[in-house]
Design a protein around this ligand. Sequence first.
Ligand SMILES: CC(C)(COP(=O)(O)OP(=O)(O)OC[C@H]1O[C@@H](n2cnc3c(N)ncnc32)[C@H](O)[C@@H]1OP(=O)(O)O)[C@@H](O)C(=O)NCCC(=O)NCCS
Length: 421
Amino acid sequence: MMSKPEIRNVQQDEITPWLRAMRTTLLVNPAAGGGQSLPWWQQVWNPERTFGGYVEGRCVATLRTFPTTMTIPSGTAEHAELPIDALTQVTVAGTHRRQGLLTGMLTRSLQDAKDRGEVASLLKAAEWQIYGRFGYWPAVMGANYRILSVRRPQIRPPETAHQLIGIELDQLPGPASDVHRRARRRRAGQIDRAAVDWQRRLGLNGLRPPGAHEPVCVVARNAEGRVDGYAMWRANDGDWFLHPEDQAQATVDEVLAATDDAYRALWHYLLNLDLVRVLQLNGYAVDEPLEWLLSDGRAAQRTWVGDNEWLRLLDVPAALSARRYASTDRLVLEVVDRDGGWAAGRFTLDGGPTHAECRATPAATADLRLSQRALAGIYLGGVTVAAQQLAGLVDEETPGAAARLESMFWTAQQPWNATPF
Ligand SMILES: CC(C)(COP(=O)(O)OP(=O)(O)OC[C@H]1O[C@@H](n2cnc3c(N)ncnc32)[C@H](O)[C@@H]1OP(=O)(O)O)[C@@H](O)C(=O)NCCC(=O)NCCS
């Protein structure tokens, strides 16, 4: 007789088999890190936010969330932020696929997030087809770049008041977390990094995956000595001395700057690294401004653009009241949520550049009927209303209402999240 999987929360003393199950399905060495990473996992473990699927005592499915805050458009240099639920490490073993384990775990997890009062849930999808049925929709796009530094493009304007200096990796968390705290408020879509995250992100205390290069760390200090930005990069493998044609590629793990001047100073440094001909950047903003700063903009080539993060709204009034809008208007939105129902309702949005209020108004006449998926897509300014209308996810009840919604949700910058999770 076939045993029915049990879905339940996962306790501290069950971490190791849960990690093995998760890593196996995500094609990572199940024994990665040996036991060294266990103390770190014990620090971040939250049984209420961690789910497992179990068959005869064996873990066959995993899912975890963590609370964070996400920067949202507010029309000022310092954007506002929203408390959200970030979903990660979703796996179901090949032996137990398509038996409803993901559906069981995620439905419970979303209901819990709603009950906790989290306004939205964010994830990075392995495949397009998985998460739409749970109401997630692409909201943050991403791009990979190949920068031909061999062409020695120069940065404009070249003057900088910043001094660059290399520091050891274990000295980076202090200045980097301060830069990240300031830099992430400059662009919608950025999520916060908890203090404990820096350990794993930088591969400190035995948390670096085996074989991974230690990055070179450089900080940009302003005239007062304050660190305004940092870069982390590492040379790719290859014998550049014997094979000059391979000479030499580097991956830029991160360039984060809290000021424009620090941004320019760091790129000036990266573009002028001796021996390096090509820089690779993965998961950057689709409108990364670098090419406009270069004397030869074509040295920055976009090699991939695609959906990077998917958003699911759980509380429409809270999400829309927290944001600010490019134009002042008042629209009644009928939000249809066929993917769980958590965000459904009729809401009046009254908003502009300096104020916004959104409340449930069940008796009002709707100007627009739109899917929660479409609203999640346009929320951060990364997806257009026009495209969602074309896809049948937005219907006008009042002529011209879609164009009015478009101009309200317009943002000067595309959203971007520098923090993969
Ligand atoms: C994606 C994954 C978690 C799905 O788990 P699962 O338990 O098989 O999903 P469910 O049984 O709950 O499936 C629910 C529905 O989604 C569909 N679905 C799930 N994954 C899908 C995929 N990759 N492509 C297309 N449809 C998919 C199922 O067919 C099912 O549809 P149905 O109800 O119409 O039959 C699992 O296949 C997996 O672990 N894949 C590898 C790791 C991965 O990609 N993880 C996601 C990281 S973001």
